[in-house]
Ligand binder design. Structure first.
Ligand SMILES: C[S@@+](CC[C@H](N)C(=O)[O-])C[C@H]1O[C@@H](n2cnc3c(N)ncnc32)[C@H](O)[C@@H]1O
Length: 265
């Protein structure tokens, strides 16, 4: 994991070298459309408000819960007592990015959405409310965290979410073979190189050419940056967009040579 100083330096470099986010100089019609209609859509959709109220409640929740630590991702190494508000402050994707995922689901309308790393279900709620015809399959290893997420789905009246509890190492393969095909995935748990590449490969083998994969925090550590470089090189990947705190993978066959964009967001 990079230090705060290293990360700030990386962010500054990203900010100064990325395309300006207005679409200028972006010659790909597909990416230009994404920037114009999704990335820069500043509409405050009504669905945002109740979800942000839930986030606020979590940030004020002083309950203590037992949380499993997944260590290297294959088995629970220890259980820690954690305060809900502290987890909410450090784990949930900020609204800027969660709302971007909402707009992506609203725009591209994927039927089947997979999220690895539910936490309290805040980003899941954005994924599920963007298009009620989409089905969202979210995975979380910690039982105590998952049960708070389930309460949130209930009170937000989200009927298109299914939560699978357990270590991704055990739950992802059976879930994917049940689903047969996925159209969108958000990978936001276990930020290490080998598991990230393993999840990516598994997700790719259940993808079609319209599938979109989103990876969280690919600049978090040198391991994650190596994983991102390997993902970009995968033969099925035709287009990647780096927004620094999240990165997006498209498999669109109309793009006949690999393209990579870094866009300021
Ligand atoms: C960063 S949080 C997810 C945040 C959530 N996507 C959001 O934006 O609201 C990552 C979650 O993944 C879970 N996790 C990490 N590694 C895991 C593993 N190997 N199996 C199952 N869950 C895991 C953690 O318990 C944690 O709740």
């Amino acid at each position: 994991m990079f230090t705060k100083f290293q990360l700030a330096k990386k962010y500054l470099h990203y900010y100064l070298t990325a395309s300006n986010g207005k679409g200028h100089g972006i010659h790909s019609p597909f990416v230009f459309d994404f920037v114009k209609n999704v990335l820069n859509d500043n509409t405050s959709y009504p669905a945002y408000q109740p979800i942000e109220q839930k986030r606020k409640a979590l940030l004020n929740n002083s309950a203590v819960i037992d949380v499993e630590d997944f260590g290297a991702g294959s088995s629970v190494i220890k259980t820690n007592k954690r305060i809900v508000s502290a987890i909410a402050a450090s784990s949930l994707k900020p609204k800027k990015y969660a709302q971007l995922l909402y707009r992506m689901i609203q725009y591209y309308k994927p039927d089947t959405v997979v999220e690895l790393g539910t936490s309290f279900g805040i980003t899941t709620a954005y994924l599920a409310s963007a298009n009620t015809a989409s089905k969202v399959f979210t995975c979380e290893g910690s039982g105590a965290i998952a049960s708070i997420a389930k309460q949130n789905f209930e009170t937000l009246q989200l009927n298109n979410v299914q939560l699978t509890e357990g270590d991704f190492a055990k739950t992802l393969s059976p879930l994917l073979s049940d689903l047969k095909e996925i159209n969108f995935a958000f990978v936001d748990g276990n930020h290490r190189k080998a598991p990230t590449l393993e999840y990516c490969n598994r997700l790719l083998s259940y993808s079609n050419t319209a599938t979109i994969l989103v990876f969280d925090d690919i600049h978090w550590s040198s391991e994650m940056e190596e994983a991102w470089e390997a993902i970009k090189q995968h033969p099925a990947v035709t287009l990647t967009i780096d927004l620094f705190f999240i990165s997006i993978v498209f498999l669109n066959p109309d793009i006949n040579h690999k393209q990579h964009f870094t866009i300021r967001f």
